[in-house]
Each structure stands twice: as structure tokens, then as C-alpha cells.
Design a binder for this molecule. Sequence first.
Ligand code: CAA
Length: 293
Amino acid sequence: ISASQDAEPGTDGALTRAGGVRGEADMTLDSEELAEIGLRFEVDGEIATITLDRPDKRNAQTSATWSALAQIGRTLPEQVRVVVVRGEGPSFSAGIDRRMFTPEGVPGQGSFASAAALDGGTLEERIAEFQQGFLWLRRPDIVSIAAVQGHAIGAGFQLALACDLRILADDAKFCMKEPALGLVPDLTGTKPLVDLIGLARAVEICLTARVVEAEEALRLGLAEQVVPGEELSAATRRLAAALLTTDRDAAAATKRLLQSAGGRTLEEQSAAERAEQAVRIRALFGGRPAGSE
Ligand code: CAA
């Protein structure tokens, strides 16, 4: 979060400009640029993998991480149907880079102190931009899977919550630490958390900032699967492969239906099912047979 939002592309403030890294909506980040930010991005057929790759700092996230995630979402190759989000090393992510709390901040990205100097509207715009790094993971045309080992704290927990599905290694530990630091979870995590585990449990977990270990996470519905650590990659690959067995367009339409079910009445949802199915039937069977009118 930087006050230097007017910086030119390529300068230190570029990562905080509206529109993402370098301010170019359609610019793909190359692997060197991603490596500088502590990310890797690989595409293998219909599966894309985003790796948080600063293991020596437990994959701590900066505003550059979030802008880059948003840019990956904006430029995701069309063939991709499954996005895996994983972390290198012993922890999925230790959350926001603690340098943000220091007066010096993260070089080129400012600090909470520089963010505090922004006017309210600008500050919220900056946060909205960072939230874009998380929100696209819910797109109906993809399924996102967080593969989580070790700690997923604060922004790390929220990144896991931003994904559709979570596979956990048995040493995984979730913690929503923000309230303990005087902040709120603002990287889109509060809604999926409440949707998954209910208001009361979400209040208890967030307002105590306690650790939720893998087995409890599974029991609460915060994880689809818990596996031994050494099996995390293989289990994630298996799930990704299983998700690719269904028809691409039917999967996207079904995800749209499932995502909107909670906000609709039964009648409204039934109508939405009819509308989606009519599209599917026409696409599959080619419209009305000749002479049927
Ligand atoms: N930011 C920057 N560096 C971090 C970091 C973070 N969040 N977390 C760990 N590191 C660094 C450590 O400083 C250390 O670096 P050095 O080797 O250079 O000293 C290195 O990563 C390894 O850390 P540990 O030795 O502590 O590793 P560990 O495996 O024993 O413990 C941990 C891991 C439990 C995650 C612990 O590092 C930790 O508690 N980290 C801080 C977690 C935290 O408070 N995050 C902020 C959450 S709030 C948020 O994310 C959202 C928000 O908006 C505020």
C-alpha cells in the first residue's frame, strides 16, 4: 500500500498503480518479474499453478504479490480450467510481510504508515485493487484449489479461503491474526469463512485469532481433504484431474448455479436451473428439430 500511486511504470511505485502491475491490464508478467515478487506461475494444459515462492520468508505477501495475482487472473490463458495455489517450503504463507508495520515499509511499496496518509477514498481504492488478486479465483470458468501445508496466517488464510477448494497437509494451521494486530481481514476472506463455517464459529476463530489445525479445519468444512504432508502434491494433482473429467461449459454453468444458490429463493434458483439447462440442451442437441413448431 503506497502513497506513490502516480509513479511511472517501472519505478518503485508501479506495483501500486490502478490496473495492476505496470498499469497494463493485458500485460503478462514474465517469470523474472514474478520471481522478484516471490511468485511462480506455470501452465500445464488446462491446469495452472501459482506458487508463492519466498520460502525463506515463509511466503510472506506484499502488495506486489496481490497486484501480481490480479494480473495473473486478468491474463489467465483461456484453456485453463483448474488453478492450483500453493506455497514453497514449510509454510503456505505467513501472511502480510511484517515490514509493512515498520516506518520504512517494503521498498517501493510503502507501509501502513504511508497508507494512512492517503485520503479515505484512495486508500479504499488501493485495497479494492489488492482484493482483485483474490476475487478472480472464484470465477465460474475455473475451479481453484489451495494446497496448504504449515502456516496459513492472515493474508495466507484469506488466500486459501479465496479458493473454491482446500486440500490440507496434516500439519496445516490456519489463523486469522488480523484482529490481534488491530486490523480486519480485508482480502475477501470474511464471506467465504462465514459461508463455510457459520457466523458463530467465524466470530470465535477471528476474534480469538487462534490457530485452527488441519483435523479441526476438515471437521468445520474449511478443507475438503487432509493428507499426509508428503502426499499433498499428488492429492492436489488427483483432484485437479478429477475436476477435468466433466464437460467444461457444463462445469462453468453448474458452478454459476451453485454460487448463486445461497442468495436465491427455491423458485428463483429453479428458474436459473431451467435457463442454464436450456442453454446446455441447445448447445448439445442443436436447437429445435425441423418442423417442430
Ligand atoms: N513477514 C515477513 N517475514 C516473515 C514473516 C512475515 N509475515 N513471517 C516469517 N517471516 C520471516 C522471519 O522473519 C524469518 O526471517 P529471517 O530468517 O530472515 O529471520 C523467516 O521468515 C522464518 O521465520 P520463522 O523463523 O519465524 O519461521 P517459523 O517456521 O519458526 O515460524 C511462523 C513461522 C509461525 C509463520 C512465524 O514466522 C510467524 O508467526 N510469522 C508472522 C505471522 C504474522 O503475524 N503474519 C501477519 C498476519 S496478518 C495479515 O496477514 C493480514 C493483514 O492485513 C495484517
